[in-house]
Design a protein. Structure first.
Length: 134
């Protein structure tokens, strides 16, 4: 690869829409409205290109995306059909607690690097109290 070709690759990369760049960083399916909210919360224009976003902001948006993924439902994209005794299930991904913890750790390492508040898992807990029948 010549220096000229490397330069052309970098220039093309710098013109990539920032949302596409974020999506390319993870194999997980990330909702576009979630990405739009991440950019909005960071004060970044939705139609901005990668080359116009500072490295720090790119990393912080990536951390925000990792936290969104860690808080996403554990089973996504699954479709199942049943008919009598027949059943069929396709697609879908399941995230384990260890994978969620790994995503949170990566995100929190980035937050620490830039002295941002460390985020933990959701504090909302549901407890089954049952029903009392008299």
């Amino acid at each position: 690869l010549s220096l000229f070709h490397l330069f052309l690759c970098i220039m093309a990369y710098n013109e990539t829409p920032f949302i596409e760049y974020l999506v390319s960083l993870t194999p997980l399916a990330v909702d576009e409205t979630a990405l739009q909210a991440i950019l909005f919360n960071r004060g970044i224009e939705e139609d901005i290109v990668v080359g116009d976003v500072e490295f720090k902001e790119r990393e912080l948006c990536y951390a925000d995306m990792l936290m969104w993924c860690a808080d996403a439902p554990s089973l996504t994209g699954s479709v199942s059909d049943t008919d009598g005794g027949w059943s069929h299930k396709e697609g879908g991904t399941r995230m384990t607690n260890a994978e969620r913890a790994s995503l949170r750790n990566k995100a929190n390492a980035i937050y620490r690097k830039y002295s941002e508040a460390i985020r933990s898992e959701s504090t909302i807990k549901l407890h089954n109290q049952g029903m009392k029948l008299w």
